[in-house]
Write a protein that binds this ligand. Sequence first.
Ligand code: SF4
Ligand code: SF4
Length: 86
Amino acid sequence: MALLITHKCINCDMCEPECPNQAISMGDEIYQIDSDRCTECVGHYDKPTCQSVCPIDNTIIVDALHTETNEQLWDKFVLLHHAAQL
Ligand code: SF4
Ligand code: SF4
Protein backbone atom coordinates (compact mmCIF):
# COMPACT_ATOMS: atom_id res chain seq x y z
CA MET A 1 0.00 0.00 0.00
CA ALA A 2 1.19 3.48 -0.71
CA LEU A 3 0.83 5.97 2.09
CA LEU A 4 -1.32 9.08 2.20
CA ILE A 5 -0.83 12.45 3.90
CA THR A 6 -4.00 13.73 5.56
CA HIS A 7 -5.10 17.28 6.29
CA LYS A 8 -3.52 17.04 9.74
CA CYS A 9 -0.28 17.91 7.95
CA ILE A 10 1.26 21.18 9.18
CA ASN A 11 3.73 21.50 6.28
CA CYS A 12 6.72 21.17 8.56
CA ASP A 13 8.91 19.96 5.65
CA MET A 14 10.35 17.05 7.67
CA CYS A 15 9.21 14.16 5.50
CA GLU A 16 9.94 15.37 1.97
CA PRO A 17 13.76 15.20 2.10
CA GLU A 18 13.67 11.85 3.95
CA CYS A 19 11.75 9.90 1.30
CA PRO A 20 14.17 7.55 -0.50
CA ASN A 21 11.92 7.45 -3.57
CA GLN A 22 11.23 11.17 -4.03
CA ALA A 23 7.55 10.32 -3.62
CA ILE A 24 6.70 13.35 -1.45
CA SER A 25 6.12 16.82 -2.83
CA MET A 26 4.25 19.98 -1.90
CA GLY A 27 0.67 19.97 -3.18
CA ASP A 28 -1.79 22.84 -3.42
CA GLU A 29 -2.17 23.13 0.35
CA ILE A 30 -0.27 20.31 2.03
CA TYR A 31 2.37 17.78 1.17
CA GLN A 32 1.30 14.82 -0.91
CA ILE A 33 2.58 11.34 -1.75
CA ASP A 34 2.84 10.02 -5.30
CA SER A 35 1.42 6.50 -4.98
CA ASP A 36 3.37 5.43 -8.08
CA ARG A 37 6.63 6.13 -6.23
CA CYS A 38 5.79 5.13 -2.63
CA THR A 39 7.00 1.64 -1.71
CA GLU A 40 6.23 2.04 2.01
CA CYS A 41 10.03 2.28 2.11
CA VAL A 42 10.35 -1.37 1.08
CA GLY A 43 13.89 -1.81 -0.25
CA HIS A 44 15.25 1.02 1.91
CA TYR A 45 14.01 0.87 5.50
CA ASP A 46 12.21 -1.53 7.85
CA LYS A 47 9.29 0.87 8.23
CA PRO A 48 8.00 4.00 6.47
CA THR A 49 10.49 6.70 7.30
CA CYS A 50 8.05 9.54 6.58
CA GLN A 51 5.83 8.24 9.38
CA SER A 52 8.85 8.04 11.67
CA VAL A 53 9.86 11.68 11.16
CA CYS A 54 6.35 13.20 11.08
CA PRO A 55 5.76 15.09 14.35
CA ILE A 56 1.96 14.82 14.17
CA ASP A 57 0.52 11.38 15.02
CA ASN A 58 -1.63 9.67 12.40
CA THR A 59 -1.00 12.30 9.74
CA ILE A 60 0.55 9.84 7.31
CA ILE A 61 -1.70 6.82 6.92
CA VAL A 62 -2.08 3.87 4.57
CA ASP A 63 -3.88 4.70 1.34
CA ALA A 64 -6.70 2.18 1.11
CA LEU A 65 -7.21 3.04 -2.55
CA HIS A 66 -3.72 1.86 -3.41
CA THR A 67 -3.37 -1.60 -1.89
CA GLU A 68 -0.32 -3.61 -2.89
CA THR A 69 1.29 -6.81 -1.69
CA ASN A 70 4.81 -6.83 -0.33
CA GLU A 71 5.90 -8.46 -3.59
CA GLN A 72 4.34 -5.64 -5.62
CA LEU A 73 6.11 -3.08 -3.43
CA TRP A 74 9.41 -4.84 -4.10
CA ASP A 75 8.67 -4.82 -7.84
CA LYS A 76 8.02 -1.08 -7.62
CA PHE A 77 11.29 -0.57 -5.76
CA VAL A 78 13.20 -2.47 -8.46
CA LEU A 79 11.50 -0.51 -11.25
CA LEU A 80 12.21 2.84 -9.57
CA HIS A 81 15.78 1.89 -8.83
CA HIS A 82 16.36 0.57 -12.33
CA ALA A 83 14.81 3.66 -13.93
CA ALA A 84 17.08 5.90 -11.87
CA GLN A 85 20.11 4.19 -13.34
CA LEU A 86 19.06 4.58 -16.98
S1 SF4 B 1 6.60 5.40 3.00
FE1 SF4 B 1 8.71 5.73 2.33
S2 SF4 B 1 8.57 5.67 0.09
FE2 SF4 B 1 6.50 6.07 0.86
S3 SF4 B 1 6.29 8.28 0.91
FE3 SF4 B 1 6.96 7.61 2.94
S4 SF4 B 1 9.18 7.85 2.90
FE4 SF4 B 1 8.47 7.84 0.76
S1 SF4 C 1 6.31 15.42 8.33
FE1 SF4 C 1 4.09 15.27 8.65
S2 SF4 C 1 3.41 17.33 9.18
FE2 SF4 C 1 5.48 17.50 8.32
S3 SF4 C 1 5.16 17.95 6.12
FE3 SF4 C 1 5.34 15.72 6.32
S4 SF4 C 1 3.23 14.96 6.59
FE4 SF4 C 1 3.22 17.15 6.97
